[in-house]
Design a protein around this ligand. Sequence first.
Ligand code: PLP
Length: 390
Amino acid sequence: MSEQRSAADSTRWQGFSTRAIHAGYEPDPRTGAVNVPIYASSTFAQDGVGNLRDGFEYSRTGNPTRRVLEANVAAIEKGTLGRGFASGMAATDALLRATLRPGDHLVIPNDAYGGTFRLIDKVFSQWGITYSAAPVSDVDAVRAAITPATKLVWIETPTNPLLNVGDIEALAAVAHDAGAKLVVDNTFASPYLQQPLTLGADVVLHSTTKYLGGHSDVVGGALVTNDEELDAAVAFLQNGAGAVPGPFDAYLTMRGIKTLAVRMDRHCDNAEQVVEFLSSHPKIDSVLYPGLPTHPGHDVAGKQMRRFGGMVSVRVKGGQAAAMEFCARTEVFTLAESLGGIESLIEHPGAMTHASTAGSLLEVPADLVRLSVGIEDIGDILGDLENALS
Ligand SMILES: *Cc1c(COP(=O)(O)O)cnc(C)c1O
């Protein structure tokens, strides 16, 4: 049985954190528990054949802890229908399969997340799906990449790892003119900084592994839409293919979401100071951050984002060797893939997160270093960068 996931009961709260903390769950009427229990149950007793209590029959199809997460993520994205997945890539895979058929085409960023690119280029291509890559910052280039077979325009903004900015409202219009849907991977911004559905996007995707979970302790993904037909197709695959998050993962993700706004503000405060420090550092060639007035996407980011985020990329003077040395010399910044957690992380995209783009159209520069600026004390963060570059 398919469940209702309306976040309507949560929309009475307009404030972001009120929704993040309360949407989807009321204290348990029997015990008063203020947090949803971790329903570690694969199956649910029926009161007569097909007579389900609260719609639950089997946890692949639906689980009470997951259902609260789904309503919550929908509410913080100002959408109505949320679906949880085992990872961001599982959400990506379900969305691509829900929307594309052999012969269809999609447009992707020319600096897409490496895993997204790999799935489309290596797997979906085998099933007759074609793609074109275009810079998300160039509305005309995206329009020009659309063909009569285009069903999806897929964007990230800001992009991972080059922090290019796409104008969500303008790109939604371009996609809709062509009869295609606009997908926004909102992982980098998080719904605290930007809510793509309110700007015309058809569906929002998250790797909840990143800012939503926020503590580098859980892998997960989510999709949010207001489109019931699209949600039904996604739900069919969520159950039919089964890449669902377990109840403990759903709980950890919700635990993270409750503090998203305060964490995000601190990530942004720290990132702004890191940007200022690195912008004047003699060993740094350039700093990529939408908050810089010189960033080509600064005005669009200012229009659609609350603040500019916690991700900063830099191009290091001295090429790949210097970039790798920088990554290896930090101590507060841990050398690791992933992002969006409370701890600062540093990585070399060309050799790590985006290695799958090597030799392709989407290859990232060899002198690029990506920083996920954490919420540690700013003095220690800046001191660490200074030491690592000295
Ligand atoms: C990490 C990431 C993904 C993939 O999510 P997983 O949870 O690692 O599967 C997708 N998009 C972006 C922008 C990411 O950073």
